[in-house]
Ligand binder design. Sequence first.
Ligand code: FEO
Length: 397
Amino acid sequence: MPNHTAVRITEKVWWVGAIDWELRDFHGYSTKRGTTYNAYLVMGSEPVLIDTVKAPFAGEMLERIASVTEPAKIRTVISNHAEMDHSGSLPEVARHIKPDRIICSAMGEAALKAHFHADWKLQPVKDGSEMEIGGERFQFLEARMLHWPDSMVSFLPSDGVLFSNDIFGMHLAHSHRFDDETVGWYYEAAKYYANIILPFSGIVTAFLEKFKAKNLPVKIIAPDHGPVWRKDIEKIIALYAKWAAQQPTDTAIVLFDTMWKSTEKLAGAAAEGLVSGGAKVKVMPLRAHHRSDVAVELLEAGALLVGGPTMNKQPFPTLADALTYLKGLNHKNLTGGAFGSYGWSPDGPRWIEAQLREMGVKLAGETVTCRYVPDAAALDAAFRLGEAVAKSIKRQP
Ligand code: FEO
């Protein structure tokens, strides 16, 4: 009996992916609960492999495939997404299975060529096209920029399975494959959206509309990470619509780092002001919170206040890290403010203010600074900044 066996998803579809219990960092995103790389086998008159797994897990995937069918019988691979966590085992597949073709989007063709520089037979398909493979009909829908240019989804009408690549996925290693067998998926789904999908929220909204208009008879959503959706399909689609809309809430995030506790004191005063103004507050010292955990809290917030000291005329390094990361995620509709301490000149807090402006955060008050240690006036200014931010987010619809 092999160590790794396939898991049946529907009559014809099997999960043949890999479980990565150890992963703790996914290109800068903290994955405290590991992940899965989901690949699927569609067993028609000939087996079709949909996506692969990260390269070190190729053996695990091949074992799972072998528990259902002879891998050499796979003549067609569908590659919904070229990122290496899904395409990384294609060289191993090409070596051992030698498929006749790899079906992908037009952008996928270019991406796979640029990644692997191999002479594989790539067969691009058009958005909305259909194809019969091994006696089964497949439909292909481009999902460009969700979250890469090459991304597409594939639909198997006979079993109602939507293979959604990264869309609706999450980083969560688990022994079981279905959403109703997985405890605590909400936070990981939100974290995945916040850290991977959020920058493309406008495209998510358009994609959901296009998807709805197609009226596909979806019974199962099979993403490339985390659980397969069979119970909460409507719920995860509704969550995507909500997260994509980025409506501000009455929660404020106070993000800071500190050298000698001066900025920490300002953060505390700002948090008190936020509560006084009617906001809910999450204080997130950067020494205790990873940037990707800040991103997920911000997904369902309405405000961001950021504080940091000056170090050698520069922003404190942890703030530079976090704000560089958050800026790329393109959060919308945030109100906020900046604060921080300095010894010679307030370059750190001024830099934070500039970053918040670049992020499109609507500043509710002047940046609060203090030299060395905040006095009563500085603490009062931080309190009033918090209050002003709270009142501003309370006024939003
Ligand atoms: Fe899971 Fe965009 O790769």
